[in-house]
Design a binder for this molecule. Structure first.
Ligand code: HEM
Length: 159
């Protein structure tokens, strides 16, 4: 009989407990993502990027987060494969503004999640970093870019 059994979350050898265990599993992530998508649903920058029916988006995002925070491969990758999140987001133009909107909705959702401050800090830090990593449209820096003019077809001496 190990003292790790019972109602307390299973702790690793170092006494560490992952976020998935601390929050009690998938339902917490589903509720988080539902709060998050309530914000997305009325956001003029983000809403147009998402499908009309957000059911799949909720399930996939909650499953991914449950997996990422320690729940295991079955929550996302068994069905969806390797996350490859930057690649999956490539079809959507995510600039700094879109990222900031996304993060604002997610942080509001996290703050409604009743986490202990030290756990909340870990989750917030992750979303700040992960959302920045998803930016795939850089701002126009105002520099002129040279494009090559096509050479004329026909007479090779230009006559
Ligand atoms: C930075 C701004 C972001 C924008 C604008 C954005 C936008 C989107 C869009 C439009 C979709 C497609 C909707 C769908 O497939 O239902 C999507 C899917 C998804 N996003 Fe994001 N996203 C952002 C950041 C993130 C971050 C930081 C994460 C994870 C930490 C994430 C996780 C996911 C997941 C797991 C999916 C579903 C992938 C799948 O098809 O299995 N996204 N996102």
């Amino acid at each position: 009989m190990s003292e790790q059994q019972g109602s307390a979350p299973a702790a690793g050898a170092g006494g560490e407990v992952n976020v998935f265990e601390l929050v009690g599993g998938l339902p917490w992530f589903t509720a988080l993502v539902e709060r998050f998508y309530e914000g997305v649903a009325v956001d003029p920058v983000l809403r147009p990027m998402y499908p009309e029916d957000l059911t799949g988006s909720v399930a996939h995002t909650a499953g991914f987060l449950a997996q990422y925070f320690g729940g295991g491969w079955s929550y996302y990758s068994e069905e969806r494969g390797h996350p490859r999140l930057r690649m999956r987001h490539a079809p959507f133009p995510i600039d700094q503004q879109a990222r900031d909107h996304w993060l604002a909705h997610m942080l509001a959702a996290v703050r409604g999640g009743g986490l202990a401050p030290e756990v909340e800090a870990v989750v917030v830090e992750y979303f700040e970093r992960a959302s920045q990593f998803m930016v795939n449209v850089e701002p126009d820096d105002g520099r002129r870019r040279l494009t090559v003019k096509p050479v004329p077809k026909g007479d090779p001496e230009g006559g």
